[in-house]
Design a protein around this ligand. Structure first.
Ligand SMILES: NC(=O)c1ccc[n+]([C@@H]2O[C@H](COP(=O)([O-])OP(=O)(O)OC[C@H]3O[C@@H](n4cnc5c(N)ncnc54)[C@H](OP(=O)(O)O)[C@@H]3O)[C@@H](O)[C@H]2O)c1
Length: 296
């Protein structure tokens, strides 16, 4: 199989490339950072058309690229819509032209979090912020325009490659750094999510891509089970054998500029219905991450 990966230099994109290569597949890496003919800007129709037509012998186009710094999206909604919304139309139309399926990454932030029970693919989204709204518009554009598509909503991702849009350090790395620097670390306990190791998403995507009968459509794709950020930090410090004091932050202790869902747990129902779900519990992903990155 040959796949084109857009956002190939990003946190998730790099792991997806590695997973396909390890599986014996061929990968074309596309990214906005590149200066050569693997350059792509998904917000620009002409660039998408040129880049994808150059690799029209690929079996699948995967898009991980997005504007996903939540504060930056709030500050510049037009740019966020251009990348996350219009970018999805550009990809859909070009994939139709070259007759290839599009696999697109979306987010748990399409929900408002009020359900307080895991969301499955049939639940109605209601985003709370510009980022979530623009990602949801991207989903709608793909659903209405692309002939063959997979949309995968992921949540709380962290990986061994830096996420540059968020300053290059993920939550696990931040906790370990703070544990070195401070005697006490305080973390919010009123936001519940499913932290997901990017290698697990990459493995699930390889499986989906290689399952000929996988149905096109919208998928939730996160690790199993859930925790608050505080519980996530607790597990990190336990596994790292850190003796830092961890306490729950008081409500409102950390000022937030942008509204976020306080509960964004996703249920991988569509994957499970088709017996394709290989996502492990979040604790397993964390153990492997700490082993790979810190040899803990
Ligand atoms: N991070 C999370 O916690 C999280 C949670 C839920 C969903 N998601 C979704 O997961 C996906 C992957 O996130 P990630 O953490 O891997 O992001 P990332 O590390 O920022 O990677 C995204 C890559 O896409 C590139 N890119 C940005 N704008 C582009 C454009 N207009 N055209 C082409 N390439 C562009 C980026 O290049 P530059 O670095 O040069 O901009 C970067 O290499 C995104 O769709 C995001 O919405 C993320």
């Amino acid at each position: 199989m040959k796949v084109a990966v857009i956002g190939a230099h990003g946190q998730l994109g790099k792991d997806i490339c590695e997973a396909f290569v390890s599986n014996g597949d061929e990968v074309v890496e596309l990214d906005i950072e590149r200066k050569d003919n693997q350059w792509i800007d998904i917000a620009d129709r002409d660039s998408v058309s040129k880049a994808l037509k150059r690799c029209s012998d690929c079996d699948l186009v995967i898009n991980t690229a997005a504007m996903h710094n939540v504060e930056a999206c709030e500050d510049d909604p037009e740019k966020a819509f251009q990348v996350n919304g219009v970018g999805s139309i550009n990809l859909s139309l070009t994939c139709n032209e070259i007759d290839k399926p599009l696999l697109h990454i979306s987010t748990d932030y399409v929900f408002d979090g009020k359900k307080q029970k895991p969301y499955d693919e049939s639940d109605k989204p209601l985003p709370l912020n510009v980022y979530g709204n623009t990602k949801l518009s991207g989903e709608h554009f793909i659903e209405s325009r692309a002939k063959k598509y997979f949309i995968l909503r992921v949540s709380g991702i962290y990986g061994k490659n830096p996420c540059l849009a968020k300053g290059g350090r993920n939550f696990v790395d931040l906790m370990l750094k703070l544990a070195q620097e401070r005697e006490e670390v305080r973390v919010v306990d009123d936001e519940v999510l499913t932290p997901t190791f990017t290698e697990d998403i990459a493995a699930q995507i390889v499986k989906l891509a290689h399952t000929g009968e996988a149905r096109y459509g919208l998928y939730h794709c996160t690790a199993e089970s859930w925790c608050s950020w505080y519980e996530f930090a607790k597990e990190i410090f336990t596994l790292a054998k850190s003796d830092v004091t961890l306490n729950k932050a008081a409500p409102g202790e950390f000022a937030v500029k942008v509204n976020r869902p306080r509960y964004s747990v996703l249920e991988n129902k569509f994957l499970k219905d088709q017996k394709l779900n290989i996502m492990p519990p979040w604790q397993d992903g964390l153990k492997r991450y700490l082993k790979i990155k810190y040899n803990i």
